[in-house]
Design a protein around this ligand. Structure first.
Ligand code: HEM
Length: 158
């Protein structure tokens, strides 16, 4: 698909990378809205928006990685990088690790959320869901920040 080759932000980024950067402007406020819904116990909205965000992010990561591999994977990224490759891979590796942990913890949080909703009196599950929920939120935030750094180092710097 020809349009996937070129980005639209005027950097060296491809279409899906540029789209992801723009999507953050929607995902982050939506996530804050979903958390606030959880805090005021508007659980139906909280549940629906959280699941929509989670499944969209998982689907996007799969499409993104398949597209990246089709382009040559690590070689494609390296061809764009204009800095010390070792430092670049340390930063990128940290971002990927953080992202993987966030996705796994997100799945655990959703499971705990479902259990919290199903058993209204189970305060322990609610407490655990709140705790993993906040941890997932902060990890997702740092994954996004390191993602922006990786985008900059790959497609803008140099
Ligand atoms: C990754 C997805 C999710 C995240 C990050 C998340 C995060 C949170 C957070 C941070 C809170 C606590 C807000 C506060 O401080 O009071 C909360 C509350 C709650 N969430 Fe989620 N949530 C997620 C998915 C879900 C799902 C799928 C359900 C299922 C219905 C759910 C059900 C609940 C319930 C019932 C509460 C209130 C718990 C209580 O009464 O203490 N959550 N969530």
């Amino acid at each position: 698909m020809e349009f996937l080759k070129n980005g639209f932000l005027g950097t060296r980024g491809d279409f899906l990378s540029d789209l992801l950067i723009c999507a953050l402007a929607i995902i982050v406020p939506l996530l804050l809205f979903a958390i606030q819904s959880g805090r005021v116990r508007r659980i139906k909205i909280h549940h629906t928006v959280m699941l929509a965000i989670y499944y969209t992010v998982v689907a996007y990561v799969i499409v993104y990685e398949v597209n990246m591999l089709a382009k040559g994977g690590m070689e494609f990224l390296e061809a764009n990088v204009r800095m010390d490759k070792n430092i670049y891979w340390i930063v990128t590796g940290f971002h990927v690790l953080l992202g993987a942990i966030t996705l796994i913890l997100g799945g655990i949080t959703i499971r705990l959320g479902m259990r919290a909703q199903a058993s209204v009196l189970n305060l322990e599950v609610k407490k655990r869901h709140r705790k993993t929920g906040w941890t997932t939120f902060f990890l997702l935030f740092f994954t996004s920040v390191t993602g922006l750094v990786v985008y900059y180092l790959t497609f803008v710097y140099g």
